[in-house]
Design a binder for this molecule. Structure first.
Ligand code: SF4
Length: 385
């Protein structure tokens, strides 16, 4: 497939708030679909039940919030309000259930509201453990067993160990290809612009995993063969955008302000497990162990004993980044509470950084572009800010 066609397909899927792909997939496969909020859910388990996992990331910049505002106070982020709006507008009606992973109080409250507002669909709050060395293991195992039981009931299909191993293998392959894409971008950022990587990651929320893997492989093949010119940009890591997503225009704006984004944490659920999950032995246990020990560092995970920001410094070194841009949704408690600690660590290490806040419908990006453009110029001129 040509580069332009791949990007157009991704853009169409990204803009498809009516989830037409999901509706068609369901009728073609006579199967169910279950939505999930950011950041992480065990998609392998959903897939093994023959159900399509569908990542929901709010209404973006094309949803006008009218009724959603009535359900929440104004001083919180936008994603819960736009998700409610989508629900009330019946745009999520093709989903047979919704999972709300423990990430912050807002998502917890949203799960309770969803139960009341949409009693006809399956709703589960996934109380992910924050103890990774003690009782967390058995706690999460029990949580997964309950989810497995519920998914089997919805789909009418038994999740055998073999089916689960196959699903784990499919997601392992998908993660490997995403990692290859991120490595390719870090090595040749002029050939792999971030707004395209962002679109490819966004559609991982919706496409069946094997179809998504195939699409990414096709993209990488044609992107490598493209002859896009090298530009004089500064290499940066973007941090803090793991839940509510920036609008596509803002991602483009960061690039056109003189930044090569060489790593980021948007659509983090697709990259949550850092290593391949074991496919030998007990697959449920493999899911638990991977969640406990082999996942990304992010503000929604409590990390006992780990130096705050260690992962960010390692990432900056790995990607040979020259600076960090903190981009977090307005009113996002996890990201904004962590930010000062990360900033302090970067300052200590002499790594330049700047930051801004956004909402999923931020329209005025000029001010942000000026800020990140000045940041990039300062690094180019003086190596610092
Ligand atoms: S954007 Fe932040 S505060 Fe809002 S739901 Fe997501 S994690 Fe919670």
């Amino acid at each position: 497939m040509e580069l332009q066609k791949i990007v157009e397909r991704c853009t169409d899927l990204y803009r498809d708030l009516d989830l037409k792909y999901v509706q068609e997939w369901k009728s073609k496969n006579s199967a169910h679909a279950i939505g999930y909020m950011p950041v992480y859910v065990p998609r392998e388990l959903i897939h093994a039940a023959g159900i399509l996992p569908v990542g929901i990331m709010g209404g973006g910049d094309e949803t006008e919030i009218i009724r959603g505002d009535a359900y929440f106070q104004s001083y919180i982020c936008r994603i819960p309000r736009s998700t409610i709006e989508l629900g009330v507008l019946k745009k999520l009606a093709c989903l047979d259930g919704m999972l709300f992973p423990a990430i912050c109080d807002v998502i917890r409250n949203l799960s309770g509201m969803w139960k009341i507002m949409f009693p006809e669909v399956y709703v589960r709050y996934m109380d992910l453990p924050q103890d990774f060395h003690g009782a967390g293991h058995s706690f999460y195992r029990r949580d997964l067993e309950e989810l497995k039981h519920d998914l089997e009931k919805i789909s009418g299909r038994k999740i055998t160990d073999d089916r689960l191993r196959q699903s784990i293998a499919a997601y392992n392959e998908n993660r490997e290809v995403i990692e290859a894409l991120y490595t390719l971008r870090a090595e040749m950022p002029h050939l792999v612009p971030t707004h395209e990587v962002y679109l490819l990651l966004r559609v991982s929320n919706i496409l069946e995993v094997n179809e998504h893997t195939k699409l990414m492989r096709s993209y990488m093949k044609v992107a490598k063969e493209s002859n896009r010119p090298f530009r004089d940009c500064v290499r940066v890591v973007v941090s803090g955008a793991f839940c509510e997503q920036p609008p596509l225009n803002l991602v483009r704006g960061l690039e056109s302000s003189g930044c090569y984004i060489v790593d980021d944490d948007w659509v983090l659920g697709a990259r949550y497990n850092l290593k391949s999950i074991e496919t030998a032995g007990d697959p449920m246990d493999a899911l638990v162990k991977s969640y406990m020990h082999d996942t990304v560092s992010t503000a929604s995970r409590y990390e006992q004993g780990n130096k705050k920001g260690k992962y960010l410094i390692e990432l900056v070194k790995k990607r040979r980044a020259q600076g960090v841009i903190f981009a977090a949704p307005s009113f996002c408690d996890p990201a904004l509470l962590e930010r000062p600690m990360l900033q302090a660590v970067l300052t200590e290490e002499g790594i330049p950084h700047t930051g801004f806040k956004y909402a999923e419908n931020t329209g005025q990006i000029q001010v942000i572009k000026e800020e990140t453009g000045t940041f990039a110029d300062s690094i180019k001129l003086w190596g610092t800010v």
